[in-house]
Ligand binder design. Structure first.
Ligand code: HEC
Ligand code: HEC
Length: 218
């Protein structure tokens, strides 16, 4: 991290009542006063075998996957406006930042000036960690999810014109293996993880594809 950037981050963290320790000081969740809420479970893909009609089962599987997709950990980076949001209430990112053309921020204020390759714990109470991942960037506008119904998000995820030219197998791979998606289950102290595990989520998406990738009506 460049010195100017470090100072900017420290200033920000102090403004939020936090003091940065070091990248590998405290293990995840061990910051003082860390009160990360209990994880929300996800139903196993096999549970849905009781729905005999494959199309109905497929839509029900996507509905379950929606617990993850519509969780704040994913939604905050898939906004309609070209600005990320924060927290479980999707409030505007503080300080104000813009995704820019590339999604990596605007010249002078790239995301990586604050978001490093991994989560960084702080000793703050308001902000207990700064999230990070090597690929940290805002999702492109055609992949915006905020304010859309789950049915609309589903149709968009299947559409190669709006999903980055991905086949359904590539969508499965992305959901099940991508490290930036995986951050949703390892979001750093002070943030609740996405429901279930990434492996369970991957199995639900697999079963959804295998039953015809049907979308919920709403
Ligand atoms: C830090 C920001 C960030 C977070 C957090 C994030 N995404 Fe994304 N997402 C992106 C970016 C950037 C892309 C486009 C680049 C790519 O395809 O890798 C993307 C693309 C995608 C795509 C591909 C195509 C499409 O139709 O939207 C899927 C699926 C996806 N994300 C799922 C998720 C899920 C599920 C979560 C939460 C568990 C999540 N993302 C969290 C930034 C993010
Ligand atoms: C000046 C520093 C700074 C810059 C630049 C910055 N961020 Fe952040 N960002 C933060 C901090 C600090 C947090 C943690 C805030 C909290 O937890 O309340 C954060 C949190 C987030 C979150 C919320 C995670 C969640 O689920 O609550 C997202 C999404 C995010 N940033 C995306 C971005 C993107 C995308 C960019 C670049 C376009 C960016 N940020 C640029 C400092 C920054």
């Amino acid at each position: 991290m460049r010195a100017a950037t470090l100072i900017a981050v420290l200033g920000l963290a102090l403004a939020g009542g936090a003091v940065i320790t070091s990248v590998n000081a405290a293990p995840e969740g061990s910051a003082p006063g860390a009160a990360t809420p209990a994880p929300v479970p996800l139903k196993a893909a096999a549970t849905f075998l009781s729905i005999k009609d494959p199309a109905a089962r497929s839509a029900a599987l996507f509905q379950e996957a929606g617990k993850v997709i519509e969780s704040p950990r994913c939604m905050n980076c898939h906004p309609v406006e070209r600005r990320p949001t924060q927290g479980d209430d999707l409030h505007p990112h503080n300080p104000p930042v813009a995704g820019g053309q590339s999604g990596h921020g605007v010249p002078g204020l790239p995301c990586l000036s604050c978001h490093g390759p991994a989560n960084v714990p702080t000793w703050g109470e308001k902000i207990q960690s700064i999230p990070g991942d090597p690929k940290w960037a805002l999702a492109p506008v055609e992949m915006a999810w905020q304010g859309k119904s789950l049915g609309q998000i589903c149709a968009q995820i299947k559409d190669p014109a709006r999903n980055g030219g991905k086949t359904l197998d590539q969508i499965h791979h992305h959901m099940a293996e991508d490290s930036l998606v995986g951050w949703g289950w390892n979001p750093g102290a002070g943030r609740s993880p996405a429901p279930g595990t990434q492996a369970q989520f991957g199995q639900i998406i697999r079963a959804w594809i295998d039953t015809g990738a049907k979308c919920p009506k709403a």
